[in-house]
Design a protein around this ligand. Structure first.
Ligand SMILES: Cc1ncc(COP(=O)(O)O)c(C=O)c1O
Length: 396
């Protein structure tokens, strides 16, 4: 797909008409088609009523999971939809019983905090130990240090493929191979990579993967996904469970007989509207292909780094394209206030402490928008306009 063809997608994203939208690491732009999908949901409910469950709704966590499978290189029937990553992490952890010999969780201090909260909360019972691998610079994690922390006592390694704060791309293969070498399992958090960095959960041979649709998938909130390696479908018995995980849910038996296959990783009734809303984004990402998105992303993030440095800003995200996802971050003592002023001027970016201003072009952004955002940042800095904006950033 040529650059021109990619930019034709712009008309399918209404917000691009009104703002310079460079925040796809947080909330990707809404596809116009989502209006029709949500209308379809309402029509189905209004006209088919309870029959909607049998006419598609009940199966949606798996059928929609199949759309995500295409993006993350998974086989069909190996992905189910849940609300978010945090619940998926809890569900994964509930499949295991730590023993005194295998009770360690290894992750880095730059993991997404919500993921750490899940493991920390369970560790309070005393059956799990957490080893947190520190970062030297607050933006990257030394691979050898991370690998060295994974040992024979490690149960699970929940790690971010791309770090949310700095966009640093971790070596998922090396981490997975090391974990398997010592009999541990990995949970790949692909939230910041899926849809912008091509990968295959199958080729990486990860045990679990999870992510959501809010960011690069342009799918909106409430549509998290969980991939489980097929050979684990028949052995694991999640304790975070419910009637959708039962082999025959409508038999209403009092004992839980787990479904065979990926359905055993479901729990209660799914968030149907969120699943309708998310499908328009998946369709577009699948149609363009993540390889093509990455090609453009590498070109545009490289250009952004050059523009930012020429304007006298320091870039805190990795300089080498091979080490970063789709985001670049720009450090400045007043980055929070600069961000606030940018947003007031309809340049939609965000701020994270330690990293600075986060900027993420996606397949729908023009090169001109990159120039405009850096020029605006420079003007805000040079005129001191941010001083009026105040320090506290927006809550997103
Ligand atoms: C790497 C990563 N994991 C997880 C999340 C969000 O988790 P949840 O879906 O539980 O809200 C984010 C959101 O910013 C993220 O960047």
């Amino acid at each position: 797909m040529s650059e021109e063809e990619l930019l034709k997608w712009r008309r399918e994203f209404p917000i691009l008409e009104k703002a310079v939208y460079l925040i796809s690491h947080s909330l990707g732009a809404m596809p116009r088609d989502t209006f029709s999908r949500l209308n379809e949901y309402a029509e189905m409910w209004a006209t088919r009523g309870v029959r909607a469950w049998a006419e598609g709704w009940w199966d949606m966590p798996v059928t929609v999971g199949n759309d995500v499978a295409g993006i993350i290189g998974a086989e069909r029937e190996t992905v189910v939809m849940h609300q978010n990553v945090s619940i998926c992490q809890s569900l994964i952890l509930s499949c295991f019983e730590p023993t005194p010999k295998r009770n360690k969780i290894v992750y880095s201090e730059l993991n997404f905090p919500s993921v750490m909260y899940v493991y920390e909360a369970h560790a309070r019972e005393g059956k799990l130990r957490i080893e947190t691998v520190p970062s030297d610079d607050g933006n990257t994690i030394d691979l050898d240090r991370f690998l060295a922390a994974i040992d024979e006592e490690t149960l699970l390694v929940p790690f971010s493929h791309v770090l949310f704060k700095s966009g640093f791309l971790q070596n998922a293969k090396a981490i997975t191979d090391r974990a398997h070498e010592v009999g541990a399992m990995v949970v790949l958090d692909a939230y910041q990579s899926a849809g912008t960095v091509p990968f295959s959960v199958k080729d990486l041979n990860v045990d679990f993967a999870t992510g959501g649709s809010v960011k690069w998938l342009c799918g909106g909130p409430g549509a998290g996904y969980l991939y489980v390696r097929p050979d684990l479908h028949h052995t694991l018995r999640p304790k975070t469970t419910g009637w959708m995980a039962h082999e025959e849910p409508f038999a209403f038996e009092t004992d839980l007989r787990y479904a065979s296959g990926i359905r055993r990783f479901l729990h209660g009734s799914p968030a149907i509207p969120a699943l309708y809303a998310a499908q328009s984004g998946y369709r577009i990402i699948n149609e363009i292909g993540v390889e093509r998105i990455r090609e453009k992303s590498v070109r545009q993030t490289t250009r952004l780094i050059a523009l930012a440095e020429d304007a006298g800003f320091s870039v805190t995200s990795p300089k080498s394209a091979a080490d970063r996802g789709g985001t670049i971050t720009i450090g400045h003592d007043d980055a929070a206030a600069i961000t606030k002023e940018l947003i007031r001027r309809e340049f939609i970016v965000d701020y994270r402490p330690g990293a600075g201003v986060r900027i993420s072009p996606h397949f729908y952004n023009t090169d001109e928008e990159l120039e405009l955002v850096i020029a605006e940042m420079k003007a805000i800095r040079d005129t001191g306009a941010y001083e009026k904006a105040g320090g506290a950033g927006a809550a997103f």
